[in-house]
Design a protein around this ligand. Sequence first.
Ligand SMILES: [Zn+2]
Length: 284
Amino acid sequence: MTTDTFTTSPVASQPSLVVLSRPNSTDTEVPRWLGQSVARAAKTRCPKWQGLCLVNLQSRLAFEVSCQRWDCPHCVQVKAAVARWMIERGMRSARALDQRVRFITLTLGARGGSVGDLSAAWNRLRLKLVRERRLRAYVAVVELQRRGAPHMHVIATGAFIGQRKLSFWAQQAGFGPIVDIREVEDNEAVARYGAKMARYMTKESAKALRASRTGLATRIRPVRSSRNWYKGGLRAAERDYLAGRRKHLGTKKPTGRWIMVFRKRDGDVAVLGGLDRQALASPS
Ligand SMILES: [Zn+2]
């Protein structure tokens, strides 16, 4: 595939595909800087990288965009690090409010079952706990295993619940009889359980997801939380975590517009999304 001209969509809101020339093209119609930026893009370690890059129109810096899937051996590490940060923050703020913080392991018992069954049982138990005023916020992780039934690990904050009562309610909701409940008693325990939760999301889950061939399994998101665990959920946590990292490293967030481009194998660059020629020619 060689050079095309700038063909933008007649409807501005309609995404269009603009195919630009090769990076070394001498065609004056084409902003060569874009091809050059993309050729020098900061590399991602994601093994599933498919050629997507983000380019800042102001700084002209480009970054390869990782796949950000839970079943990717690289991206899962990044996602789990963010989730762990979010989980630990929630535990610390609950402790600051003198809430109980507990780590609960739930299984479907001898019958076994699917992730969907676990999820449905948790929905029932969660509603019961809320009705009984024993649950304030929660974050739950599904531990997938290649063999055997999946487990659910929940960090729940709120009032005290006795083990026997919780076990009874859990069975009513559809879980198995064995319920493990641990108090997260200090900051050292917060870090320990944060790490534990992250581990469930990474090693075994990624392996199990890769091993699974069903379409359903690849869409599983191994972590979920109540709305009040972290405002905006994991997506907001990702943004805040990155901002925190930047602050820590003393770097500023690049300003100006970003475009998403696709770098093809032959070196051609395609701009994804509706962009006019002016925006590319004179970045602002
Ligand atoms: Zn990836």
